[in-house]
Design a protein around this ligand. Structure first.
Ligand SMILES: [Zn+2]
Length: 644
């Protein structure tokens, strides 16, 4: 998407240069002095017609008067614009307004004044813009300043307004135009100004502010990423944050840092990693759980960018060795998010990890998570049972929190009493009608400290997500025998491992085997991009290996293959990655006799897996192959996910 700079960008460089101060303070003074001393811009030969007295149309032009100094012995008070008031009043006089020192044609004066104000504004812009985009502002400032200043003085000396005024306009417009033309030539498309796209953006943003909805930009994903606004976030107070932001803005690398951040956020990255070595800074972004390499930046641009980010986080930019941690905030597409920053020296240089705050994704149903309807029905049977133990599992970072939230959302929490136990510093998102009792791990507490009282409230369903010790599980198993349902979570790669990890807490196997009713395990898998996936015919032996009967599947799909003969623009939707967003594959074990027997007799991974299959479980691999056959994902992606 093209994003054009807005006014906020121009504030990135503080307006503290001397030229700015001179323009603001001195020029109005000069202006007033010149007016009073010369008073040349009089109502002479080229008087505006509306000021002429219609009764005396024959009044002859008096050009000589123009060059004469003021005849009045008491010229207008210099340096005080308020003195203009009587003169303005005099200009309204229909007759004899040239007398007594009121020489000025105020329409002309105001015309020049407006050009002057316009010039102050744009000259200041040239100064800040030149600094921000490194456009040799040392050279350009005197050019835009000096040319106009000279012409401005000339305007008061040249007796012919219609010669002097166009000269003034030219002296204003020509250097500015030349500056804009050369800066536009040096800069990237989205940084240019006064292009048709920029004007449209400019107009649209202003009209939108007034409540009119106009599309501010035309989408063009091949353009460089839109700018991101950054803010200091981690400081103890507002003043510290402001100081950090100012320091970062004054550092030269903030622009590059924002470019890198914008590029990451535009590609939906959840994290960004920069590896600084002698050769350059390698950049990778985490997209849908996979590190994707981005362009490598040269050290002379990447180092200042890191310095800016460290300043923004209140860290020491000179320290490239110790571990430093901080935070900042960024605004991208009108949404503000926080980012955690960490840097650490490595053997080859320095590594920087920026983790963006996760977007809250509101998934409401198991279907939306990607669960097949058959599995869903089977799971709901276990969840609706009066008693039992349902264990939910996933590898770390595998979306367990989301799935558990959705499972609770889909449970009937209105005819049954739900209650949850959570650790105070690790609270989960509140689910309606699930009251939470907390314990404090920091004070050495475990769920056991609160469970006896908790169970006295007689919940039908107890949600104890973190199984921390054997006592907790044993207590839960006892309660199950009294006719309650327990829902718990555990970090594990598959159902068999989840069971073993439960046992590994030193729970008596018999009680555990008797209580456990269902285990759900999940893996997140990337979906092929619907805009660019390509069909291909899988080899017959591959189909055979996957256990797919011949003729059942016509085509598998994969990301677009690189083609040496043909240059293709990367896909707009996925940025050329070939995958877009993720879904989950589920393995659901409804525990039967086979698994119960193995749990008590031979609790090991392989025997448990075999027993699970005997009890009717489809493995993650089998569930994944279904997705490959449907064209939702690719075979290599499934292999990658199963290897985790
Ligand atoms: Zn695509």
């Amino acid at each position: 998407m093209i994003a054009y700079p807005d006014s906020a960008r121009f504030s990135a460089v503080p307006k503290t240069n001397a030229l700015y101060a001179i323009r603001i303070a001195v020029l109005p003074l000069v202006f007033a002095v010149v007016i009073s001393l010369f008073g040349v811009m009089n109502a002479g030969a080229d008087d505006p017609p509306q000021l002429e007295d219609p009764a005396q149309p024959a009044a002859p032009p008096q050009p000589a008067e123009a060059a004469q100094p003021a005849e009045t012995p008491q010229p207008m008070a210099p340096a005080d614009p308020a003195a203009a008031a009587p003169a303005a009043a005099a200009a309204q006089l229909p007759k004899d307004f040239r007398g007594d020192g009121f020489y000025l044609s105020w329409i002309k004066v105001i015309a020049c004044w407006l050009v002057f104000l316009l010039w102050v504004k744009t000259t200041d812009w040239v100064s800040t813009d030149g600094q921000e985009f490194k456009q040799d502002f040392i050279r350009w400032n005197p050019i835009v300043f000096g040319t106009f200043f000279g012409a401005f003085l000339l305007t008061w000396i040249i007796p012919f307004f219609w010669l002097a005024f166009p000269l003034l306009l030219l002296a204003y417009a020509v250097p500015l135009t030349v500056y804009i033309v050369q800066r536009n030539a040096n800069l990237e498309h989205n940084q240019r100004v006064l292009t048709p796209e920029h004007l449209r953006f400019w107009a649209a943003t202003r009209l939108n502010k007034m409540g009119m909805k106009i599309q501010a930009e035309k989408a063009d994903p091949h353009e460089t990423g839109p700018p991101v606004k950054v803010f200091a976030h981690g400081g103890p107070d507002e003043a510290t944050n402001n100081a950090r932001l100012l320091m970062a803005r004054q550092s030269p690398g903030l622009r590059t840092a924002r470019e890198i951040l914008a590029d990451s956020l535009a590609s939906r990255a959840s994290a960004l990693m920069l590896d600084y070595t002698a050769q350059g800074a390698t950049i990778r972004t985490m997209i849908d759980g996979v590190w994707i390499p981005r362009e490598t930046r040269a050290r002379d641009v990447a180092d200042p960018a890191l310095e800016s980010l460290k300043l923004l986080c209140g860290l020491n930019p000179q320290d490239r060795q110790s571990r430093q941690e901080g935070a900042f905030a960024a605004e991208y597409e009108s949404a503000r998010l926080t980012a955690a920053f960490a840097s650490q020296g490595t053997q080859t240089g320095e590594r920087v990890l920026i983790q963006f705050e996760e977007k809250k994704i509101r998934i409401k149903s198991l279907d939306a998570l990607g669960m097949r309807s058959k599995l869903k029905e089977e799971l709901q049977q276990s969840l609706n049972a009066k008693q039992g133990f349902v264990l939910l599992s996933a590898p770390p970072g595998g979306g367990l929190r989301t799935t558990t939230d959705v499972v609770l959302q889909t449970c009937d929490r209105f005819t049954r009493e739900f209650a949850a136990v959570e650790e105070e510093s690790n609270r989960y998102e509140d689910v309606e009608n699930v009251p939470v009792t907390t314990y404090k791990a920091a004070d050495g507490q475990t769920p056991n400290n609160v469970l006896p009282k908790f169970f006295r409230t007689e919940p039908d369903v107890a949600v104890i997500r973190d199984l921390v010790n054997a006592e907790t599980v044993s207590l839960m198993c006892e309660e199950i025998e009294d006719g309650r349902l327990m829902i718990s979570t555990i970090r594990a790669k598959d159902c068999a491992e989840a069971l073993l990890r439960g046992l590994a807490l030193s729970v008596p196997p018999e009680g555990f085997a008797r209580s456990i009713t269902a285990v759900l395990s999940q893996r997140l898998i990337r979906k092929l991009c619907e805009d660019c996936k390509e069909p291909y015919a899988p080899a017959p032996q591959v189909l055979q290996q996957l256990g797919i009967p011949e003729g059942r599947v016509q085509a598998f799909y994969r990301p677009p293959q690189p083609n040496a003969d043909e240059h293709r623009e990367p896909c707009e939707k996925c940025g050329g990655i070939g995958y877009y967003e993720r879904t989950a594959i589920f393995e659901l074990l409804t525990v039967g006799d086979a698994v119960r027997r193995v749990l008590t007799e031979n609790p090991k991974l392989e025997p448990l897996r075999q027993a699970a299959r005997k009890d009717g479980m489809k493995s993650l691999q089998e569930e994944g192959i279904l997705l490959v056959a449907k064209g939702v994902t690719s075979l290599p992606e499934l292999m990658r996910v199963l290897k985790q």
